[in-house]
Design a protein around this ligand. Structure first.
Ligand code: GYE
Length: 320
């Protein structure tokens, strides 16, 4: 009798504890995550967001940094499959070349969630969903800002140089496309040079130096596919004796703190927001996918545009 009562009491206690700590109630979900690398401020914030959200959610995260190389990502995904994780999530460095490894995951019945960057596959059933920004729209927003600004400029021609992101990556392809689309209707706006800076500060600076050497004072505008390349390029512009933000207008994408600081210093004119804070949403969607619930095939991040005029006001509330 006493035994039974004790048993009931003990079970009730375990039940109560499990209810307040859901992670204890069941086996924790195991997620394999293959990250692009650590190429930018954006990426660092994205990694932190994913790690923190996993911890908070009681998800066991197996995290692999691919150092910007697709072959490392393929290796990581294969190792997640071998470890029988519950779900695989990854941010694909480039768009193409994923069919084989994604089919291996599908055959192993492990769902795959794309975060941040898209893939180009003929069979959409190879992934469950894609969470991230609309990069074409970001490019358009950058272009529209310039079209508006150009209306107030006396120049007959406005020469633009473009620093592209990683060759073959979704954000580089889409941001180029969206920008080109937005400026197409204005014959004054001309992209005179366009080259990759691989989303890094060092490369952004190096390529801008080459642009300046070739075109010098002909350059009116720099459009960089991310803030880090813009920040590197700003240094190159200053070293060439010109004023970034004035002699050369600077437009970029991401909205990291470094960009807000550059805007407050008058060196960057506008940044188009691209949020890296995808962690909490990823964990939620992963739970739904693992539970077999239907999820939308595309989950788009909500974002805005920050011109230099609002930088000082917005800076204190920036989270990345
Ligand atoms: O804009 C850039 C990063 O894929 C959206 O990758 C991301 C991009 C981001 O390196 O800074």
């Amino acid at each position: 009798m006493i035994h039974t009562r004790r048993f009931i009491l003990a079970s009730a206690l375990i039940g109560a504890v499990a209810a307040s700590f859901p992670a204890l109630a069941a086996k924790p979900m195991v997620m394999g995550f293959s990250q692009v690398g650590a190429e930018s401020e954006w990426r660092t914030a994205n990694t932190t967001s994913i790690k923190e959200a996993a911890k908070k959610d009681g998800v066991v995260l197996k995290f692999a940094d691919a150092q910007q190389r697709q072959e490392n990502q393929v290796k990581a995904i294969r190792s997640f499959i071998a470890q029988h994780v519950d779900v695989i999530a990854f941010s694909p460095v480039v768009e193409s070349g994923w069919e084989t490894v994604l089919r291996e995951a599908k055959n192993a019945k492990i769902p795959v969630i794309l975060t941040d960057r898209a893939v180009n596959v003929s069979d959409p059933s190879l992934y469950a969903t894609f969470i991230g920004s609309d990069f074409v729209e970001e490019g358009r927003r950058a272009g529209r800002w310039l079209v508006e600004r150009a209306a107030k400029m006396p120049n007959k021609v406005i020469n633009i140089v473009e620093l592209q992101g990683t060759v073959g990556s979704a954000p580089a392809l889409d941001r180029k496309k969206g920008f080109a689309e937005a400026i197409a209707g204005n014959p004054k706006l001309k992209v005179i040079r366009s080259q990759t800076g691989d989303f890094t500060r060092a490369k952004g600076k190096e390529v801008m130096e080459a642009f300046l050497k070739a075109e010098g004072k002909n350059i009116n505008v720099l459009y960089a596919h991310n803030d880090d390349m813009a920040i590197g390029a700003i240094q190159a512009i200053e070293e060439a004796g010109l004023k970034p933000g004035k002699d050369i207008l600077v437009i970029s994408i991401d909205g990291v703190k470094g960009a807000f600081q550059a805007m407050m210093a008058g060196k960057l004119n506008v940044t188009v927001e691209c949020s890296p804070l995808l962690g909490p949403q990823l964990m939620q969607v992963a739970r739904d996918v693992v539970a077999g619930k239907a999820v939308p095939k595309r989950i788009t991040t909500v974002e805005s545009v920050f011109p230099a005029e609002v930088a000082a006001k917005e800076f204190p509330s920036r989270k990345y």
